[in-house]
Design a protein around this ligand. Structure first.
Ligand SMILES: Cc1cc2nc3c(=O)[nH]c(=O)nc-3n(C[C@H](O)[C@H](O)[C@H](O)COP(=O)(O)OP(=O)(O)OC[C@H]3O[C@@H](n4cnc5c(N)ncnc54)[C@H](O)[C@@H]3O)c2cc1C
Length: 385
């Protein structure tokens, strides 16, 4: 069935796909439009399902070694009252790992290190992807043309390949929220590993890293395109009076380190993740809101499932159909759950609704909230050996 692949996009999903394909004997080139391969985001949390996918790709031990287990913390009100507890030890007992926190640039580097440098082509924007007859796909990057037996579109939420394959699909939409985030410049004295604080239409959270620094994020219900002249000063104003360590996290951050993006998602599910010999993966297939911390974890699951399907054959088309059948229902269900988590969490703004939610959360035993997380975290990867 041939064994050459082009992966469009060198984000977490594209690199993981390339590693997986190489493990089942494929020759892979990753084509990335950015001049330098990196991940511009701040930090990321990886749940057991993402970690298990990384194990199957052979990079799990390195990623775990560079991550910090998120054992303590939970959800609070702006005044600091606890409404839910984070029980990392219970997650570890149930699925072998707590949620782990890692700087995105470290995760990206560890994935890059698992690939030969020659497999990574940077500064090359893919301008079109088309079936070139029954047995090959043609990829145009400016003047250069590549042919391969398989193309993996891992070109993110704004995927041009998805637009070409599904011209009638409405594409990504704004979720109603905007996110500002950064990594602190130096270690911060945090009493907990992982915290989310919910106010009216606003969330502030942190993830602690191994070296004592932390990533923080502030999510606000605001129209698309909202930007601030001095983002850190604006956050100090909006979150003034919120509990410790929120002011300390903002103080420990260089103003120019603050990233600001609209939160968008693919609200209309795609009808398929495979067209002929082209597979969609990661945010290109199912960009979701970040409320469950599952977008990259789902991309990692995709990468392992795709490689396993191709390893089993018998044809690329048959393998991609199996990949689609396996991945679409699960990743789209996680995307729906993430949207719902955002609506019931950060986006809730009516004081009565907030009071009811907080009471319900306080009364929910922690083993029940852990079980709800396990729906997403408990995933067994197919074997790539
Ligand atoms: C605020 C926030 C917090 C998040 N937190 C978490 C978390 O804690 N845990 C988690 O699991 N997920 C999290 N996510 C989701 C996660 O970041 C994404 O799901 C994941 O990064 C998607 O990876 P990807 O490789 O599919 O896409 P991307 O990372 O977007 O990579 C796509 C790549 O393709 C390249 N590209 C695009 N077009 C072309 C082209 N035409 N030619 C060549 N290259 C191209 C881009 O330059 C880019 O490098 C979060 C998301 C946000 C917004």
């Amino acid at each position: 069935m041939g064994n050459t692949a082009v992966v469009v996009g060198g984000g977490i999903g594209g690199l993981a796909a390339a590693i997986g394909l190489r493990r089942v004997g494929w020759e892979v080139r990753v084509v990335e439009r950015a001049a330098v391969l990196d991940d511009a985001g701040a930090g990321i949390s990886l749940a057991a399902n993402g970690l298990r996918a990384l194990d199957e790709l052979g990079v799990g031990a390195a990623v775990r070694g560079a991550s910090r287990g998120q054992y303590t913390g939970g959800t609070r009100t702006p005044g600091g009252a606890r409404i839910a507890r984070m029980d990392g030890a219970a997650l570890e007992r149930a699925v072998g790992a707590p949620i782990m926190g890692i700087p995105r640039s470290t995760l990206h580097r560890l994935l890059r290190d698992a690939l030969p440098a020659a497999a990574l082509v940077t500064g090359a924007e893919v301008t079109s992807v088309d079936q070139a007859g029954p047995g090959a796909v043609r990829v145009e990057c400016g003047a250069a043309v590549l042919e391969a037996d398989l193309v993996v579109a891992a070109d993110g939420i704004g995927s041009a390949v998805r637009r070409r394959l599904f011209p009638d699909h409405p594409g990504p939409v704004h979720s109603g929220s905007t996110v500002l985030r950064a990594i602190t410049e130096h270690p911060v004295d945090l009493r907990t590993d992982f915290e989310l604080t919910w106010g009216r239409g606003a969330e502030f959270g942190h993830i602690a890293f191994l070296d004592g620094r932390a990533e923080w994020h502030a999510v606000l219900s605001l129209p698309a395109g909202t930007r601030f002249t001095d983002p850190r000063a604006e956050l100090r104003r909006r979150f003034s009076g919120w509990h410790d360590p929120i002011p300390a996290l903002l103080d420990a951050t260089r103003p120019e380190a603050v990233l600001h993006h609209d939160v968008n998602e693919l609200r209309t599910p795609l009808p398929s993740y495979a067209v002929g010999r082209i597979a969609l993966l990661g945010d290109a297939a199912h960009a979701m809101t970040p409320n469950l911390g599952q977008g990259a974890c789902q991309a990692l699951e995709d990468a392992v499932a795709l490689a396993a399907a191709l390893g089993a054959g018998p044809t690329v088309e048959a393998a991609l159909l199996r990949y689609d059948t396996e991945r679409r229902p699960r990743s789209q269900a996680v995307a729906r759950a993430a949207r719902q988590a955002g609506r019931m969490g950060q986006q809730l703004s009516h004081p009565l609704a907030i009071a009811l939610r907080n009471t319900a959360m306080r009364l929910t035993p922690s083993r029940i909230s852990t079980r709800m997380l396990l729906r997403h975290h408990a995933w067994v990867p197919p074997s790539l050996n």
